[in-house]
Design a protein around this ligand. Structure first.
Ligand code: ADP
Length: 219
């Protein structure tokens, strides 16, 4: 049994989006929600679905929760319920528990009880959209740590037909072009002689403040 199995608890917008993407990627996913109506409406799109209250230990046990490799607690507004569900998933032996936090304090509580990954979808999407708004060529943004990020940017007109050496991003901005994507394919770790064309995509890694400087001065 090679493939990972997932259980998504709470089939609201976030849980559904995550669950459906996992299904699309070919994984087996069980969807759990305490609302019968919700399970009736969307349960058929999962590999398995169950009506269950995630704070009911016996119920979770009877669903064989401990056999899942990864459990995602996607309960929206109720912090207490989300924390209880996360504790139960950990205690019942789910290998990896991921939980959505609504506030910083909620996130801290989830970390304290041993949740493996705490996510803040609204906060992270807000940050991402803000970056895209101020940098029109910015396609995507991944925070690596508090100090470092990777960004994906469209090559602007001013860099059309210029080489990586012409841009000289490492000494000018302390940023490294880690990949270039063109219609022909992806070049990982491009050399100084690789040439960029307007509309290609460059993937840049570096310190946040230097990436921001890069965005301001180049793009
Ligand atoms: P989103 O903001 O992602 O849309 P919602 O808060 O609207 O999230 O949805 C969360 C889902 O979690 C709802 O469908 C709700 O029925 C479900 N839910 C809430 N509490 C529990 C619980 N104790 N056990 C299982 N599911 C729950």
């Amino acid at each position: 049994m090679g493939t990972q199995q997932f259980v998504v608890i709470g089939l609201g917008r976030f849980g559904m989006s995550l669950g459906m993407e996992l299904i699309e990627l070919g994984y087996e996913v069980m969807g759990v929600d305490r609302s019968e109506e919700v399970v009736e409406e969307v349960g058929g799109r999962f590999t398995y679905a169950a009506v269950a209250d995630a704070t009911d230990e016996e119920m979770l046990r009877s669903l064989g929760i401990r056999n899942f490799d990864c459990g995602i607690v996607a309960i929206g507004e109720n912090m207490q319920t989300s924390i209880l569900a996360a504790i139960l998933l950990k205690e019942l032996g789910v290998k990896k528990v991921v939980a959505k936090a609504i506030t910083v304090l909620h996130g801290r509580a989830l970390e304290k009880i041993g949740v493996d990954q705490v996510i803040f979808p609204e906060r992270d999407m807000g940050i991402r959209v803000a970056h895209q708004l101020v940098t029109p060529n910015l396609l995507d943004y991944i925070k690596l740590s508090d100090d470092y990020s990777i960004v994906e940017m469209r090559v602007p007109t001013c860099l059309n037909s210029r080489t990586v050496a012409d841009l000289n991003s490492r000494s000018r901005f302390g940023c490294t072009i880690v990949a270039l994507r063109t219609e022909a394919g992806v070049t990982i770790a491009p050399t100084a002689l690789d040439r960029m064309h307007e509309g290609d995509v460059m993937v840049i890694a570096g310190p946040n403040d230097r990436i921001e400087q890069f965005e301001r001065e180049v793009v």
